[in-house]
Design a binder for this molecule. Sequence first.
Ligand SMILES: [Cu+2]
Length: 197
Amino acid sequence: MQPGHSVTVGRAPVRRHPQSVRSWGFNYIENVDGKADTGNANADPDLRIVPDRYSKDFPEGAEGVYDVGVPSTRNPQTGNPGPTLWLPMGEKVRFVLSSRDVIHSFWVLPFLMKQDVFPGHNVNAFEVTPNHEGTFRGKCAELCGVDHARMLFNVKVVTPDRYQQHLKELAAQGQRGFIPAGIDITDPARNAEPRKL
Ligand SMILES: [Cu+2]
């Protein structure tokens, strides 16, 4: 079964808070408006880090929405720090992991697994079908630098209808399109995050 949904997850630039320390970013590769002629995730330069074997599953007309979090971001329900990645219960989601700086590790505690998040072309991916509603904690499991202890996030599993509604909420907030996933080059001297966000 092909995954019904794709997200990219990684250390990402925060366009709306350029003065802030970067944190986790989530691209939801979804056809949010339901129209096939608006958006093409396969042609979007911000997602070019995603290998063809994953991008071929992007839905047609995926203009996408994104979310990001800074260290002061809180889950509104639990108060736990970090941005919140929403997932639809009972539907298969593919995670594509990439970093824009150093090696991190993506760890959602109840997933009982973690996976490294690399810069460059070494993109990791896995698939999950969430089977419990609820809000869960996630964190970076790789000592990655000065902000490691603040690389926290939340995962919220909701009904598929509520998930679709959330995508529209992100779009209504202006968080349409994608934030740049990964970096294209692996030359260590050029692996620094550009100042221009
Ligand atoms: Cu990290």
